[in-house]
Design a protein around this ligand. Sequence first.
Ligand SMILES: [Zn+2]
Length: 221
Amino acid sequence: MKLGLLGRTALGLVMIPPISDGQQITVRVADSVGLSTGTRDELRASITGILGQAGITVDFIDCLIGGAKTGAAGCGDPLGPSDFVLRIFPPRLAMNSRQLGYAALTAKGGAYATVFLDPTRRAERVAGLTDGTLLGHAAAHEIGHLLLGPNSHSRTGIMRPFFGPSDEIRMAQGHPLLFSGGEAKRMRAAIEARTLNQGHPPRNTLAALTNSGHLSPITGP
Ligand SMILES: [Zn+2]
C-alpha cells in the first residue's frame, strides 16, 4: 500500500515542474589559485543566489582545486549544451591588473567564464567584501555574457561593466547585484536554445564573441 501511494506522489511531482520556464545549468569549477573551502562556499552561494533569482538553478562540480585534478565524476566528459566551465586564475594571466574576468565561447559551443583573484587588491575593496562574494559576482556577470552576448552591459545590476564602491557595499551587505527581469528571460531562452542546438550557440552570437577578441572585461573600482 505504501509503495502505491509513493508511486502516485512521485508521478504528481514529475507532472508539475516547480518553475514553468526555469532552466538548469552545470558549472565545472577549475580553481587554479587554491581557494579556501570557505571562499569556495561563498563563491558557489553567490552564483547560486544571483542566477537563482533569474530562474536558473546551478549544479557545481569541483574539477580542479588549487590546480590539482579532483577526479570528480563528469569532469572529463564532453561539454554539453547546459555545461559551463568557470576558471579561476591568478592575476598574472589577466590583461591588466584591474581585469576581473572575461567570457569566451568555443566553436563547438563550449562556454568558459574566467575570473581572476588578485589578493594584492584586497585592501582597495570595501571592507567586508570577501574574495568569494566578489568572484561570485564576477562569475555570474561572465555567465551572463555567455548567454546574453558581448554587447549586454547595463547601467544597473549584475551586468554593469564596472563594479564600483557602491556596488561593493551592496555585495558586502548581502544584497547581490542581480539580472533584470528581461535579462533573466533572455538567459533562460538562451539555455533552451543551446539545448535545442545541441550546444552550438546561435551563429550571430558566436560570431560576435569570436570577433570581439578580448571579451567583456569587467574591472574593479
Ligand atoms: Zn561585461
